[in-house]
Design a protein around this ligand. Structure first.
Ligand code: NAI
Ligand code: MG
Length: 362
């Protein structure tokens, strides 16, 4: 089977790092055969054509692609007429309702002291980010309100995704850590917001309980531990004892904050990958932006993109080649000889990519 992947480098360093991810995919033993479909998107494309996400791109992704990779997009900080973020639109069009962000240190580096190996599953479609805000004046002056929407449907589906991710992690570790027991932690604040966060919490728990009940206690998720943690103490614990967190599932806003906080633990934005996931479609995307301060200089760190490609493969079920890529990246970080300037090294984007490729094909 040939996997067709839509490639959207978009803006800035996205154009430098996405080709690295493509070459790594093409050269990883055990990976499927790929056909790369190059697609337009981004702010520069908007400036040229008036569209940040052309209809052809959406059509190609929906009709001809098994998965996709996105580079990074520049978003103007002032309002530009007619412009809306292609990423937000892509998530909607392809129903990519989960944003999955692993945050992983590398053993044998200075990270060892507070070793983090977690994956944060953020609900991507609702919560405060439905952007239903109003403002009116009253006796207290201006009053602004925002509606926070939590539905049983979205919470159940993100809960299910979290348990599936936990199983995929177990599968990935079957030879390296055969005794690994995944833990899913529900992040919420239902001691205060008992209605909204309460619904999120009970919906996620419901997925787990239903699986056990339907299968007489021996369901698909039997080998997973279920925990919960209030969001404020979760951030506190992330910094003090990050090793306690494995899979974390959170409503949109908490997931946004917790995942950025967790990313701070591993050193550089240039290391942190993500995948936007639906039921059958996965789009890898580094967490960083277009980095205009270093774009075009050949010094962007390609690791976030390369790990995003591996992540996409992992969730498509190709765990062996994904593992090869993760292992090669870890080895290059640990050796420290071919690191880009954001990690204190002096390697170029290409030198770092080549070092990784060499490990993969060795
Ligand atoms: P940014 O992530 O682009 O850069 C922040 C800092 O990290 C910069 O100093 C940059 O040089 C560095 N950095 C980021 N990725 C790197 C890499 N791979 N290698 C080495 N250094 C790296 O965030 P910033 O500067 O706030 O935003 C720049 C543009 O990117 C804005 O237009 C913003 O809207 C957009 N952006 C897009 C995102 C996306 O595509 N999902 C996410 C965040 C920002
Ligand atoms: Mg964020």
């Amino acid at each position: 089977k040939v996997l067709r992947l839509g490639m959207m480098p978009a803006d800035g360093i996205g154009r430098e790092v996405l080709p690295c991810a493509q070459r790594v995919l093409q050269n990883t033993p055990g990976a499927p055969k790929f056909e790369f479909v190059h697609l337009d998107a981004g702010f520069e494309h908007f400036q040229k054509t008036g569209s940040a996400l052309p209809e052809e791109t959406v059509k190609a992704l929906k009709n001809d692609c098994h998965g996709a990779m996105f580079g990074s997009v520049s978003s103007p900080s002032h309002k530009v007429d007619g412009y809306s973020s292609p990423i937000v639109k892509l998530r909607k069009e392809l129903d990519l309702y989960a944003n999955i962000r692993p945050v992983v240190g590398v053993r044998g580096t200075k990270d060892d002291e507070k070793f983090v190996d977690s994956v944060i599953i953020r609900e991507n479609t609702e919560c405060l980010y439905i952007k239903s805000e109003t403002s009116e004046s009253g006796p207290d002056g201006q009053v602004a309100r925002a509606i926070r929407q939590i539905t049983e449907k979205a919470s159940t589906r993100i809960g299910k995704k979290a348990f599936e991710v936990a199983l995929a992690r177990q599968e990935l570790r079957r030879t390296t850590q055969p005794n690994y027991t995944p833990t899913v932690t529900i992040c919420h604040k239902s001691n205060v917001l008992s209605v909204t966060d309460g619904l999120f919490r009970t919906s996620v728990r419901g997925v787990y309980e239903k699986d056990a009940k339907d299968n007489g206690g021996a369901g698909r998720y039997e080998g997973i531990k279920l925990n919960e943690q209030l969001v404020d103490s979760m951030v506190y614990r992330l910094f003090r004892e990050p090793e306690v967190f494995d899979v974390v599932v959170a409503p949109n806003l908490y997931g946004d904050i917790v995942s950025d906080a967790a990313a701070a633990l591993v050193g550089s934005l240039g290391l942190v990958p993500s995948v936007n996931a639906g039921d059958n479609f996965f789009m890898g995307e580094p967490v960083h932006g277009s980095a205009p301060d270093i774009a075009g200089q050949g010094k962007a760190n390609p690791i976030a993109s390369i790990r995003s490609a591996a992540l996409m493969l992992e969730y498509m079920g190709y765990t062996d080649p994904a593992l090869k890529i993760y292992t090669a990246v870890d080895a290059v970080i640990r050796e420290g000889k071919y690191l880009t300037p954001d990690l204190g090294g002096s390697a170029t984007t290409t030198e770092c990519e080549e070092a990784i490729l060499k490990k993969i094909t060795a």
